[in-house]
Design a protein around this ligand. Sequence first.
Ligand SMILES: [Ca+2]
Length: 244
Amino acid sequence: MRGWIVCGAGVWMLLALTNPVGAVMIGNGTLKFSAPDEAELNFEAELRGQDAADFRESIDQSGDGDGTVTNEEVEAFETMFKEMMDSSGDEGLGEDLTVDGKAASKSTLNRLDVKDATGATTSTSSMTMEMVMLVEFPVTPGDSHQITFKGEEEGSNDEVVMGKITAEMPPGYYVSAPASMPSGVTLSGDKRTLTFSEDQEDQADLVVTIKKGSVGKGGGAPSIGVGLALVGLLAVAAHRRKGA
Ligand SMILES: [Ca+2]
């Protein structure tokens, strides 16, 4: 893996998933904070080529091992993995994503979908996995918080290659620091959404400070555009009324 481990819990889960076969997954995700102490993680990962075939083999082996992956075997695999996640408790979530220096105290796997996995175990066609996870942090929502995205050196956790990740701050909060983002990360105009690009170099931890409030009404280009359009319409309406 390269760059930031944006979605700690999700990456940990994907690593647990790929552990039996050591396959490489390419993952894209969104991390959406609904409050400073709660975030939903939506992660989609793709397995390609021989890695996909190896993974099909592993799903079939946990079923009847007849060389073909059926829908039933995929569903049994999803159930087995969800149960494994539920029984593993909070272990392994780690410090990849923290709020005010605190790791997630609870995570719930709300959905796991393994798609395009059925067929011959020798098939090398791509398969995808989608998961939705709820992550809770042991903090009390206040005026300001620090969210840390842990950086990681190249060469560790090579089983997951990160794709594009967006991280949305809690409603009513904006990013107040750092003033400029490191390369590979962009901050939206309203300072509420961070986008991590897919080609990141090794990076240090990224510590982001969020504050209650917004960066100002009508500050963005789109709202100015809408405002001008409205003024234009009013002017036309006024002109027509005058002329009538
Ligand atoms: Ca089978």
